[in-house]
Design a protein around this ligand. Structure first.
Ligand SMILES: *Cc1c(COP(=O)(O)O)cnc(C)c1O
Length: 386
């Protein structure tokens, strides 16, 4: 069980705001804020390189901390400035050939869809969108049929989409990909930190995530996981003097582990603080976090459904901490602004999921975290009651 009072004391902003925008950016706990500001102050006091040297153990802690959270090995983790770049680094490292196919899902993130177009135009690759099942998530049966058809180079699917509470059946996808010998890139941006994600169970080859969402890390931080067995087949689209070594005027050697995807220059304070955020989540227990987040969200859906004029829009057989809803007669922005005026933070979904033929209306997105309370859910529902 999570000691809710304790985690709220660790998050002083809980006193001032009802924060239901954790899928946008969660509130960071005080240890994360202290790690971030502490290192910036150290840099200002003794110098940036000198601070990195003194904090070397904390910088290094980032790798096992993130690895432990997702069941990986430390050498399978790279620090990247956000999830989009982490995903891009893996995606653009894949040696696509003309005629290759990429399989994805209707709810795929807009940035990923744009990258698919780039590669499609550059390399003559085809992108096929696997249909949904009756729950509105990727159909595992349809995926199996598409894999059977052949020429698939990559399956790239989100674990949890940005705009909806559904959870895609990542472990079923991973099992099929592994059996077919096809690369599986999982966009876990919205799942890491709220759901128990275990790369051994999911069997993904690559996974991208961000710091600021459910992981409660700082903005401008993220990471990439690359499975040890595939890393040597993936040449990063860009290299530098730490991801590779210039061995002669005409040759270079790329690092053998996931850090081949890193830059020399980075936000050291961010890396340290993201490691602290991962440790903070592990100390609470990711299964316990998932239980509480899932229960609070289910509770909220129930209360919203019982509110006249409010419609819950979530799909999926399994649902997570994201709750999408619409209010009759109001634009999502109006609802968001009204709630903001009452000290309740929510956001609006963009509706940029162009693959989705049964596109959902743009909606209000309320995303709960374990530090939210039933009282806060009441505040939201009461504000919406006619
Ligand atoms: C937020 C999000 C991203 C992008 O993450 P950034 O850290 O903003 O780059 C990618 N995929 C999904 C599903 C997201 O929700």
């Amino acid at each position: 069980m999570i000691d809710v009072e304790k985690v709220r004391r660790d998050t002083p902003a809980c006193e001032r705001v009802t924060h239901l925008n954790n899928a946008g950016a969660a509130l960071a706990p005080q240890p994360v804020v202290d790690a971030l500001t502490g290192h910036i102050e150290l840099e200002a006091t003794i110098g940036g390189y000198e601070a990195a040297e003194r904090a070397a153990a904390s910088v290094e802690r980032f790798y096992p901390a993130v690895a432990e959270l997702i069941g990986a090995r430390p050498d399978e983790i790279a620090y990247v400035e956000n999830a989009t770049r982490a995903w891009d680094l893996a995606f653009f490292a894949i040696p696509f050939r003309r005629g290759d196919r990429i399989l994805t899902t209707t709810s795929e993130y807009a940035s990923n869809g744009i990258a698919f177009r780039q590669v499609a135009q550059r390399h003559g690759v085809r992108v096929d969108v696997v249909p949904d099942d009756e729950h509105g998530q990727i159909s595992v049966d349809a995926l199996a049929v598409e894999l059977e058809r052949g020429d698939v180079r990559l399956v790239a699917v989100n674990h949890v989409p940005t705009h909806n509470g559904l959870v895609n059946p990542a472990a079923d996808i991973g099992r099929l990909c592994r059996a077919a010998g096809v690369l599986f890139l999982l966009d876990a941006c919205q799942s890491v930190g709220q759901l128990a994600v275990d790369v051994a169970e999911v069997q993904c080859d690559m996974l991208s995530a961000t710091g600021r969402k459910f992981l409660r890390g700082p903005r401008g931080t993220g990471f990439l996981y690359v499975r040890r067995d595939v890393v040597s087949d993936l040449e990063p689209p860009m290299l530098d003097l730490v991801s590779a070594t210039w061995t002669s005027p005409d040759t270079y050697e790329i690092r053998s582990d996931a850090r081949r995807f890193e830059n020399f220059e980075r936000n050291m304070a961010g890396q340290i603080a993201l490691g602290v955020a991962a440790d903070y989540a592990s100390a609470l227990g990711i299964e316990v976090i998932e239980q509480r987040v899932t229960r609070l969200a289910a509770d909220l859906r129930e209360r919203l459904t019982a509110t006249p004029g409010v419609a819950v829009r979530d799909r999926g057989a399994q649902r997570c901490g994201i709750v999408a809803f619409t209010v009759d007669g109001s634009e999502p922005e109006q609802v968001r602004d009204m709630l903001r005026g009452r000290g309740i933070n929510v956001s609006v979904t963009h509706g940029s999921e162009l693959y989705d033929r049964n596109a959902l209306p743009r909606a209000v997105r309320a995303s709960v975290h374990y530090y939210n309370t039933e009282n806060e859910l009441d505040r939201l529902v009461n504000a919406l009651a006619p």
